[in-house]
Design a protein around this ligand. Structure first.
Ligand SMILES: [Zn+2]
Length: 145
């Protein structure tokens, strides 16, 4: 019988014959670790999954409005660490050290040229500080000279 080393607890275990690539033993903590790693990888690589998780978590938080308030009250070290990180992020933003994740995709969405900008009158648009415009191409510059 073959033995493998569990990637979480480093103990030897016998893989189940049904799971060819089994890398974690069946201990509950190791299975939790396996799922945690899977989820972290998924969040890293799958924007749809990330977006869905965000929506699900927000829905849950909306149904349990006191949960995080109580959690922070019961875990002051967590709350303090969070505040410190928030201060750091604010500082990074202020000094321009934050690179937007999608900044590499920030190519010009519209080629340079001459456009007509017309205001679109929309009664449904209640925000007074937002403009809704229609952009019409008059002449577009040639992309390759
Ligand atoms: Zn294990």
């Amino acid at each position: 019988m073959e033995f493998r080393t569990c990637q979480a607890c480093q103990e030897l275990f016998r893989p189940r014959p049904q799971v060819a690539e089994q890398r974690f033993c069946s201990a509950a903590a190791c299975q939790r670790e396996r799922r945690r790693r899977w989820q972290a990888t998924k969040r890293q690589n799958d924007p749809d999954y990330r977006e869905n998780q965000k929506r699900v978590q927000k829905a849950w938080a909306d149904r349990h409005p006191d949960y995080w308030r109580n959690y922070r009250r019961q875990h002051p070290e967590y709350a303090e660490r969070n505040r410190a990180r928030q201060r750091q992020r604010a500082q990074d933003r202020a000094t321009g050290q934050v690179a937007k994740m999608d900044a590499s995709k920030a190519e010009m969405p519209i080629p340079s040229g001459t456009y007509r900008l017309s205001r679109v009158v929309d009664a449904a648009l209640a925000k007074s500080d937002a403009w809704m415009v229609e952009i019409t191409v008059i002449t577009a510059a040639c992309a390759s000279p």
